[in-house]
Design a protein around this ligand. Structure first.
Ligand code: NAD
Length: 417
């Protein structure tokens, strides 16, 4: 398809899907959105590292053809004030895989969050947040190396559906009347603001299915369904029930529930099976501090996942290095999980870790594991040598604080160390 402002690289080929399977050429076109604020600094540094690792791992046999697409402030300057041009969606649909820096959400004026719009329009229903410890990274925990968790957060339902009615409005009054008079729901203060939380079987199952497939493919030990089903029986409770049901019907050979393990296997998970277990959301926060090694892949509803992913990320280095991805059936958009940190714009100062590791996830997504591992190891070596950006430098004794670009050079140098 033809594009107005986007230049499609001539030296690259499209990633395609055939019968639901992704076909990745050796010179895939990957899209990137630079991002606002610190976006330029972290994207420039990270692209140097990704390219160096790919070159080193595959000796020129594989190479990314980068294609810039636009969103946010840069889009507004390229497309005459349009923050979210239609051809950005078209390019993501056509080229399937992309990575983005942080985007400013202008406050007020009925402006929808660009991030939320991208997820909704492209139906990116899985928010995937791996959280693991890298040697040398400052952490408040005694044993942070026990954390190696991948969170699958449902990305389209729950209170994020935005079905809310403000106190004092005619809509609220109408709904309140309906609830009291027709549904017999009387246990709330008259005139309360009202919110509705939709959780569907379709939405829950497609998210849990993706989490279980990931656990099977990556040889993970368990999938924990995290929910608040003790209070919200027909939304959170149903999520849990649908999860067990799905595992039993679609993955009977590869998975086993905790109830079966106790009943038939003396409490020991049989070799080669992924354990399906569940936990109430509030207890999960305690477990993530006290016994994180008992959990592996987590599948959870939207709001629980929102809280949990930031809380667990804070245990192993915080938003500066936590990566993320929003994934649909074909389109996958990897992203830095922090914001635009506007006061650091173009200072060449911030930590590129979050975007860098989102790119590592992207390399794993397309099956380029060798390049991904090279980056992870070189990053660890760099941190162990205490070469870090300002945010880690202030938490580490004896650290050498470097600029974003210098940090990238150090990681690249450490690929051959
Ligand atoms: P922020 O994440 O931009 O910054 C908060 C603080 O975190 C910064 O001042 C800085 O101290 C630290 N920080 C963030 N990224 C860092 C990095 N890479 N290295 C080191 N330190 C880092 O959050 P905010 O100030 O609340 O939001 C600023 C803007 O970003 C807003 O417009 C907001 O809407 C937007 N935002 C975008 C995304 C996204 O694109 N996914 C996410 C959150 C916020």
């Amino acid at each position: 398809m033809g594009y107005d402002k986007v230049t499609v690289p001539e030296n690259g080929e499209k990633i395609r899907f055939v019968d639901g399977k992704m076909i990745v050429p050796d010179n895939p076109i990957l899209t990137f959105i630079e991002g606002d604020g610190i976006g330029y600094d972290i994207m420039t540094a990270s692209k140097r590292i990704w390219d160096a690792a790919i070159d080193k791992a595959y000796h020129g046999q594989r190479r990314v053809a980068w294609m810039e697409i636009y969103c946010g402030e840069k889009a507004a300057s390229v497309y005459d004030g349009n923050y979210m041009p239609e051809e950005t969606f078209d390019a993501l649909r056509e080229f399937k895989v992309g990575i983005k820096g942080p985007l400013t959400t202008p406050v007020g004026g009925g402006f929808r969050s660009l991030n939320v719009t991208l997820r909704q329009v492209l139906d990116l229903y899985q928010c995937i947040r791996p959280v693991r410890y890298y040697n040398g990274v400052p952490s408040p925990l005694k044993n942070p190396q026990e954390i190696d968790i991948v969170i699958f957060r449902e990305n389209t339902e729950d209170i994020y559906a935005g079905i809310e009615f403000e106190a004092g409005t005619p809509e609220q009054a109408k709904l309140e009347k309906f609830l009291r008079e027709e549904m017999g729901a009387t246990g709330f203060v008259p005139g309360s603001g009202l919110g509705i939380k939709p959780i569907s079987e379709f939405g829950s199952k497609r998210l849990i299915r993706a989490a279980i497939r990931y656990a099977i493919d990556r040889k993970r030990k368990s999938v924990t369904l995290v929910h608040k089903g003790n209070i919200q029986k027909f939304t959170e409770g149903a999520f849990q029930r649908w999860g067990y049901e799905l595992a039993a019907t679609e993955f009977p050979e590869q998975t086993i529930s905790w109830a079966e393990v106790e009943k038939h296997h003396g409490g020991k998970v049989p070799e080669g099976k992924v354990l399906i277990q569940d936990t109430i959301a509030d207890i999960m926060f305690q477990k993530m501090l006290l016994r994180p090694s008992e959990h592996d892949v987590i599948a959870t509803t939207n709001l629980n996942g929102d809280y949990l992913s930031d809380a667990i990320a804070a245990e192993v280095g915080g938003v500066g290095i936590a990566p993320g991805a929003n994934v649909g059936d074909e389109v996958a958009l990897f992203e830095a999980t922090h914001g635009t940190a506007p006061k650091y714009t173009n200072l060449d100062k911030v930590n590129p870790g979050s975007l860098l590791f989102s790119g590592v996830m992207m390399l794993e997504h397309i099956g380029w594991f060798e390049a991904a591992d090279l980056i992870t190891r070189a990053y660890e070596r760099t941190i162990e040598r205490k070469i870090v950006t300002y945010d880690f430098a202030r938490q580490m004794e004896g650290a050498r604080e470097v600029r974003t670009s210098e940090f990238a050079t150090a990681v690249i140098d450490n690929m051959s160390a």
